[in-house]
Design a binder for this molecule. Structure first.
Ligand code: SF4
Length: 383
């Protein structure tokens, strides 16, 4: 403790020897002084500034021995791959409210899970949620495995999610690399390897920084730092707890990292969507094929657009005869392409052909309609 006080000077010494003893207890024996300093100040900052989220335990609770529910960690991490924390909170609370345990989710009707997921995108992830919950019940007796390899073998659990569950829920010392962590570490080290290739170097660096016994706290502290201080644009370096060790900050080149390969321009695809209403105002819906883009979701009939080809357009491309009227268009962006759908609407339709069903307008909210279809209906129904 005295040696550390001498090294870091009076500011650290003034915090008291208890703090130093605690920090030294968690020091990784392979760490250099600079690496230890980074980890120490990061965890101190996290202790006072951790973001509150319904799936997390606070740093104080963690110190008292409380650990997060792995079901909550898994669910939130899968959702966080889709969108921001702010949006995930309400989806997470809905899921936990309806399916409080992994056993409840494993036994849920697929249409209900897809409906609750609607709006989060990548519907294959919702289907994988169910498959994973069922694997936990059938192969692991209803408990998440506390082993990285076993986590990685679960349906839909990739490298990132397995590492996050292992570190956060089970304190397994494994590096976790999300977009926030990637940014903080690539700036700290001025890593010039473009992403995603540079991830290997980030993982190797994280291993040297990771404190004993606190890999989950360490990962979450980095996530919070990246989300609140080391932001993509104009990072708040003046109040950053780890600015002393940051090479990018010292050279004023923060926003140049992480280095990224320039994105390829997305192609624009086109097609048509057909909104049919019957005499009572119900809307004709059908189910998309189980596999492929938006697999298993509900939709109004559309032409056969794909990620590789445009679909037909015009009223002549409608799936059945009716008084079709042009009602505008929508544009939507998928991972690999933009899509523009012209919208055709027909009212008082007596017979619709093909597989599908008439749905009441006030029940559309509970349908597993992807965001694209909600946009189409919103234009067609003028909502
Ligand atoms: S000093 Fe600035 S660039 Fe470096 S980690 Fe902190 S916020 Fe990010």
């Amino acid at each position: 403790v005295h040696l550390v006080c001498a090294y870091f000077g009076p500011s650290l010494a003034s915090k008291g020897s208890c703090l130093l003893r605690k920090a030294m207890d968690s020091r990784n024996s392979t760490q250099s002084e600079g690496e230890w300093e980074f980890t120490h100040w990061l965890l101190e900052w996290y202790s006072a500034n951790a973001r509150t989220m319904p799936w997390r335990v606070s740093p104080a609770e963690h110190r008292a021995g409380v650990r997060p529910n792995p079901y909550h960690t898994w669910l939130s991490e899968v959702m966080l791959q889709q969108t921001q924390v702010k949006t995930v909170i309400s989806y997470f609370e809905t899921f936990i409210g309806i399916w409080p345990s992994v056993a409840d989710l494993a036994a849920a009707p697929e249409a209900d899970v897809m409906g609750a997921w609607a709006g989060l995108g990548y519907y294959s992830r919702a289907r994988n949620l169910m498959k994973c919950a069922q694997a936990i019940m059938c192969e692991h007796g209803g408990a998440f495995p506390s082993d990285h390899a076993a986590l990685l073998a679960l349906p839909g659990v990739g490298d990132y999610t397995a590492a996050a569950i292992a570190a956060i829920a089970f304190d397994i010392p494994i590096p976790v690399v999300d977009g926030n962590i990637e940014r903080v570490i690539s700036r700290q080290t001025m890593l010039d390897t473009p992403m995603p290739k540079g991830k290997a170097a980030i993982k190797a660096h994280l291993k040297t920084l990771m404190p004993f016994g606190q890999p989950g706290e360490f990962a979450q502290a980095l996530m919070d730092l990246g989300a609140t201080i080391c932001t993509p644009k104009r990072p708040a370096c003046a109040i950053c707890p780890v600015r002393e060790t940051c090479l990018a900050q010292k050279s004023g080149r923060q926003e140049e990292f992480p280095v990224k390969v320039p994105k390829r321009e997305k192609p624009l695809r086109r097609g048509a969507a057909f909104v049919a209403l019957n005499g009572t105002g119900q809307i004709w819906l059908r189910r998309r094929p189980a596999s492929g883009l938006l697999g298993g979701m509900s939709e109004v009939p559309t032409t056969d657009w794909t990620s590789r080809a445009d679909g037909a357009r015009g009223a002549a491309a409608a799936p059945f005869a009716a008084q079709w009227k042009a009602t505008g268009s929508v544009r939507h962006t998928f991972t690999h392409f933009h899509l523009e759908l012209e919208i055709w609407k027909a009212e008082e339709v007596k017979t619709a052909s093909g597989q599908g069903w008439w749905q009441d307008r006030d029940k559309l909210q509970g349908e597993a309609l992807p965001t694209l279809m909600r946009k189409v209906l919103s234009v067609a129904l003028d909502e």
